[in-house]
Write a protein that binds this ligand. Structure first.
Ligand code: GDP
Ligand code: MG
Length: 491
């Protein structure tokens, strides 16, 4: 499916530096080690990729915070959207493929190190680099009318999305905050960060809140390989938003009832939480099949956090795309009936409608955008999960044996001199003395050692995006007790 004219060209854009790379009118500023101050002139993104973005209904600029935010910004950059990545971890910035190098901004004094899951460290880095972030946004988002600010809310960096949002709002851009929620298994530290971040966003100067649910993304893309998993998630997220944003410019669609840019603009700026989804209309287009698809799009989003009451929807848009065959069998009264039903189930939400004839075959589709919503049930469930997990961990920690226990090696014939020092509660145990293991044959090579579980220096290659947050949280938890801003620092 070609979502917009030139989509193929956008898709073919290689990594930065490739033949179609985004070009800049100015010398490139590297994320680290580059000039401290931005050049006076504006960066001019003059590539065809940027021009493609202008074919959309809304001129959206994306700023990604932290690893997750940067990766999602990268997926938008691949589609030609102007996109900036802000992070205090240089490795995360270096791993991006499509955000132009000059638009990857390192913040914080310990720039190379990241925030290690700490909201406090991430927040300090972002405040310290706030002026550079503002400067870059101003220089790059010349034609942008609305900014999508995105971060993984469980992250020490991305969890400070409210700071980024404030920077963007101070520049007088309307801003949609897109927060990514941790999945069910990501642990209470990440969930606690995310819940804190949501509370901050509730009071922030945002035009609307989008909540991506990683649990949904695990379900949708969990069979992808570990390396392709996040790219697949982020691409499908960017594709879904881009799809809504270019309905009007899709050459395979002909308008029967136009859903114009202003309809979209008003919906995404309405306030509260915004939810969108697409559902297939099974069989013929009739009142019931439309209504089923409508409910499905709102209740079963495959990406966003769900758990809202239909009667909480304040404004909504629905857009139907269908082939000529299906449309020629559908009476106008069907849509009228559908509007009435939606009126009933939403208790009177304002409804904007679009209908497009498709030149391609296949079942009809319904795209729904609902706005003005309260925080979804998923967030309330997460609060309950995090509370239970924190209590469980607290109990475990209080019962855990702090001291490691020595092994009894006598069955191996290993004699070990008994320690002469008494081990008290307060003094650390004495260092074990080296003992001669005369009977044991030396292990021949590293493979044998590995098989015996000895001295393997290589950790299994785990995707740091997958695991770092959780591991960091656990390590920090074990070492220091909960350092979270929520639990112990200034809230
Ligand atoms: N959807 C999505 N989630 C991600 C991605 N990378 C990390 N996450 C999630 O984002 C949250 C924060 O992690 P991370 O972005 O690494 O933290 P930060 O760099 O400190 O902001 C966690 O819940 C991760 O599972 C990504 O590329 N896509
Ligand atoms: Mg990370």
């Amino acid at each position: 499916m070609a979502p917009f004219p030139g989509a193929a060209a956008a898709a073919s854009l290689g990594p930065i530096g490739g033949p179609n790379a985004v070009r800049f009118a100015l010398p490139l500023r590297t994320a680290y080690g580059g000039p401290k101050h931005m050049p006076e002139d504006r960066f001019q993104v003059i590539d065809e990729a940027a021009a493609l973005a202008l074919g959309r209904a809304l001129h959206i600029g994306v700023v990604g915070l932290g690893q997750c935010g940067g990766n999602i910004a990268d997926a938008f950059a691949a589609r030609g959207y102007p996109a900036i990545a802000v992070n205090c971890a240089s490795a995360d910035l270096a791993a991006l493929q499509h955000v132009p190098v000059p638009l990857r901004l390192g913040v914080g004094t310990s720039a190379a190190n990241g925030s290690g899951g700490s909201l406090r460290l991430g927040g300090e880095a972002l405040r310290e680099g706030g002026d550079s972030v503002a400067e870059l946004i101003e220089q790059v988002f010349d034609d942008v009318e609305i900014v999508l600010a995105v971060g993984g809310l469980g992250g020490g960096t991305g969890g400070n999305l409210v700071e980024l949002v404030s920077i963007v709002a101070d520049l007088e851009f309307p801003v949609i905050a897109m927060g990514v929620l941790p999945g069910l298994a990501e642990g209470y530290r990440l969930k606690t960060n995310a819940l804190w971040a949501i509370n901050e966003l509730v009071d922030a100067p945002i035009d609307s809140l989008l909540l991506v649910d990683n649990e949904k993304l695990y379900a949708k893309h969990g069979s992808a390989t570990i390396e392709s998993f996040w790219p697949a998630c982020n691409e499908s997220l960017a594709a879904a938003i881009d799809r809504l944003n270019c309905l009007a410019s899709d050459e395979s669609l002909t308008s029967v009832r136009t859903f114009d840019p202003n309809d979209l603009r008003q919906l995404v700026r309405f306030g509260g939480m915004t939810l969108f989804g697409t559902s297939t209309i099974e069989g013929a287009i009739c009142r019931d099949s439309l209504l089923v698809a409508f409910m499905d799009a709102i209740n079963n989003s495959d990406m966003l956090a769900t758990g809202v009451e239909l009667e909480d929807v304040v404004v909504l848009g629905s857009i139907v795309t269908a082939g000529t065959d299906l449309l020629s069998q559908t009476s106008a009264a069907v849509f009228d009936d559908y509007f009435r039903e939606v009126q009933l189930v939403t208790n009177g939400a304002a409804h904007r409608f679009g209908l497009y004839r498709r030149s391609t075959a296949g079942p009809a589709e319904l795209h729904v955008i609902a706005a003005g919503l309260p925080l979804p049930g998923r967030v309330h469930d997460m609060l309950a999960e995090a509370t239970a997990e924190a209590q469980r961990f607290g109990t475990k920690k209080s019962q855990a044996r702090v001291r490691l226990q020595r092994l009894d090696l006598s069955p191996l014939g290993v004699q070990q001199e008994p320690s002469t020092q008494a081990v008290s509660e307060t003094s650390p145990p004495p260092r074990p003395r080296a003992v001669a293991i005369e009977e044991a044959a030396p292990l021949a090579d590293s493979e044998e050692r590995a098989a015996a579980g000895a001295f393997t220096s290589e950790a299994p290659a785990l995707d740091d995006a997958e695991l770092a947050g959780e591991q960091d949280a656990d390590v920090i938890e074990g070492l220091l007790g909960p350092p979270s801003r929520v639990l112990s620092d200034d809230p």
